[in-house]
Design a protein around this ligand. Structure first.
Ligand code: GLA
Length: 410
């Protein structure tokens, strides 16, 4: 690959967001009119994607996470109907055309494809006693790389909940929207995800990451002040679907390890254990694999607490070292990285000016997140991009990102 090719795989999405949002509104309203006849009564919305800085696979173990919302995400246009019909269209899957359904048939179908996410949220509202009075036409256009581990599905879920609240006045907070999104993903779409993604998206705050304790949903916003550095996301372009990955398997390995530890310790979750307490009780876990999984959950949780402390002390260097340690643990103990993510991270570590780098999200493909000094960003993209292409055989994409707000009306 020559420099030009590396260059076209780099998209800088850090600038012009408001302008992009403004233009995007016109684009999606025009497309809505083209697909659904006219745009009379249609309203435009946005929900972000998210990146997790540290605290991976801790959210379903009662631990801490530290994600932030991005300025990239899902744009949507919706309009109420006077019947129960649902008509969906995605500019990201134009080949699928308009997919129709009905409020009278809120069930997941394989052929319903991505529409199972908004349908799942509608189903979840109804399960929680909020009857949806009429159907809608909904068109989406996302600029989160699909299947990249930046939570395109949670973004669609929160967006749908936000639209339902806006249209029908349901008495739910943004935190409720996160919980409803997670409930729909667990029960309608069959992925036992934790609360991190939906929470980060629904509660996002510009310039801040969210230090969330998943044990009780207490949280605080921490400003991300990187001075002369930026957050760079590298997308491996190895597609990942949580449903067919080993995500649910990891979760149940942790649950079994917890049950074993509960025979010797009075705990409700792995997140309650310090490293020392884990070492003292770990012999109760009767398999080496489960011991590694539980070790990751415990140590990663403690690392997350330390990382946020480091950030509060303006010690970005220590924060970066903890990010690196997080990746090693996800690679060796939790075993959710794979050659693509390991290559991106290990090549990143070689670049002078990289403060920290790790995989982000569920793993098994998807993205890495790195903190890179401004002066090293071009070199980073060039050298990691080239090494990745050479080793893996296809290119990675790079995104210099900004931390944005939660969902909104455009
Ligand atoms: C996915 C899930 C989250 C979380 C991460 C791993 O993104 O949706 O709940 O478990 O994986 O940290």
């Amino acid at each position: 690959m020559d420099d030009y090719e590396v260059c076209i795989h780099m998209r800088n999405v850090s600038t012009g967001t408001e302008m992009e949002g403004y233009l995007m509104k016109d684009v999606i309203l025009a497309k809505f009119a083209e697909v659904f006849g006219d745009k009379e009564g249609a309203k435009a919305f946005f929900a972000p994607g998210r990146v997790n800085m540290i605290g991976e696979h801790t959210d379903y173990n009662g631990g801490h996470v530290f994600p932030c919302a991005l300025t990239i995400g899902t744009y949507g246009v919706a309009r109420k109907r006077d019947d129960n019909k649902l008509r969906f269209y995605s500019m990201n899957f134009e080949q699928l055309g308009v997919i129709e359904s009905s409020l009278d048939d809120l069930k997941p179908y394989k052929e319903a494809n991505w529409t199972n996410y908004p349908k799942g949220v509608m189903w979840a509202f109804e399960q929680k006693g909020m009857k949806i009075p009429c159907g809608m036409d909904l068109m989406l256009n996302g600029n989160i790389p699909n299947g990249s581990g930046l939570s395109s599905s949670a973004s669609v879920e929160v967006l749908t909940g936000y639209i339902l609240r806006d249209f029908f006045g349901f008495d739910v907070t943004n935190q409720d929207l996160a919980l409803i999104g997670q409930f729909s993903e667990n029960k309608f779409n069959g992925v036992n995800c934790g609360i991190m993604d939906q929470f980060a998206i629904a509660m996002g705050k510009e310039g801040h990451a969210i230090f969330l304790d998943t044990a009780d949903l207490s949280y605080e916003y921490a400003p991300i002040k990187l001075e002369n550095a930026k957050i760079v996301i590298a997308c491996s372009n190895k597609k990942r679907g949580l449903g067919d990955s080993k995500y649910n398997e990891r979760r149940s390995e942790c649950e079994t390890a917890l049950a074993e530890l509960q025979t010797v310790a009075d705990i409700k979750s792995l997140g309650e254990l310090t490293e020392e307490a884990f070492e003292a009780h770990k012999s109760a876990i009767k398999s080496d694999i489960r011991m590694k999984r539980a070790k990751h959950a415990v140590y990663e949780n403690q690392r997350t607490v330390k990382a946020v402390e480091a950030l509060k002390n303006n010690d970005v260097k220590l924060f970066g070292q903890l990010m690196n340690a997080s990746h090693v643990s996800l690679r060796d103990d939790y075993e959710v990285t794979g050659i693509e993510l390991d290559t991106l991270v290990e090549e990143a570590w070689k670049v002078d000016g990289v403060i920290g780098s790790r995989m982000t999200g569920a793993g098994f493909g998807g993205c890495t997140v790195s903190i890179v000094e401004d002066k090293a960003i071009d070199t980073f993209i060039d050298s990691v991009g080239k090494a990745y292409l050479q080793k893996i055989g296809y290119a990675a994409d790079f995104y210099v990102v900004e931390i944005g707000d939660g969902p909104c009306v455009l």
